[in-house]
Design a protein around this ligand. Structure first.
Ligand code: HPA
Length: 270
């Protein structure tokens, strides 16, 4: 099996953070800024500081990396990601994950906003990803015989730890399958019925390519969807970006509490 190229080495990072050796890396969806509030910040690196890292074309979403500690655990959080629907390639969409791996992270948490296609999963809840459907037609591994096994793309051990933290925090956390679409338009009701028939519980526009890249790099990965709305056809309400952002922001505190508790007590890894 070929190893796909990783254009980033540890030297891609500014010298001031190279010795940091994060135990956990996170990619935070736009609403999850509040997670950073529970990090004791040591350093920040703006995306523009890293040559070769694609920056979001959406104004005001440049993004930054936050290095810090949570309890006794060293964490590296990426605030902001780029998406396929902005016109980026699958390789560019996953550059951040390769960079997090080049920093030495062995564990990765991916978060996103998604529409619920499961009538039992109401908006406002968080879903831990057990698996995904990559419906983008794209892969970051294109270009060689990169035959990676995807049968355990999201770590059950890591998910169990987050479930324990959710229980302690009194936050409802459901398990489900995430379907990643290209976007940027939301789905039609027929597309949502298709996703449901295929086994999805939620639909969104990110995460699947990053998870594939993480798996190929050997990172232990967890994924979380904030269910911000009923997917098209499950309710009569129109889906708006403002509503997605609003509910995402209101639910963010719940996941932040789960992540903070689970990660702060997870320092046993190197
Ligand atoms: N569909 C796709 N992506 C999304 C949705 C949705 O309903 N909600 C938030 N992101």
């Amino acid at each position: 099996m070929q190893t796909p190229p990783n254009e980033f080495t540890p030297e891609a990072w500014p010298a001031r953070v190279r010795a940091f050796a994060p135990q956990f890396a996170l990619v935070l969806g736009s609403g999850l800024g509040c997670f950073v509030d529970c990090i004791e910040i040591a350093e920040t690196v703006s995306y523009e500081e890293i040559p070769g890292l694609p920056v979001s074309k959406v104004a005001g979403h440049a993004g930054r990396f936050v290095f810090g500690t949570l309890g006794g655990t060293r964490v590296l959080a990426a605030q902001g990601r780029v998406h396929l629907y902005e016109g980026h390639s699958a390789r560019n969409v996953t550059a951040g994950v390769r960079l997090l791996a080049a920093a030495g992270a062995k564990r990765l948490v991916l978060t996103n906003a998604a529409g619920s296609v499961n009538p039992a999963f109401a908006p406002g809840q968080w879903m831990a990803l057990t698996d995904h459907l990559n419906l983008t037609g794209q892969t970051p591994l294109l270009g060689g015989a990169h035959f990676f096994d995807m049968s355990a793309i999201y770590s059950a051990a890591l998910r169990n730890r987050f479930h324990e933290a959710a229980k302690t925090e009194g936050v409802r956390l459901v398990d489900g399958v995430y379907a990643g679409n290209l976007g940027p338009q939301y789905e039609t009701p027929a597309e949502v019925r298709m996703a449901r028939t295929l086994g999805a519980d939620a639909v969104g526009m990110s995460t699947v390519l990053e998870a594939i890249q993480a798996r190929a790099l050997g990172l232990e990965t967890a994924g979380f969807s904030c269910l911000t709305n009923w997917a098209a056809g499950l309710s009569a309400a129109e889906i708006t970006h403002a509503e997605v952002l609003d509910l995402g922001q209101r639910a963010a505190g719940d996941l932040a509490r789960i992540l903070c508790r689970a990660i702060a007590t997870g320092a046993e890894t190197p």
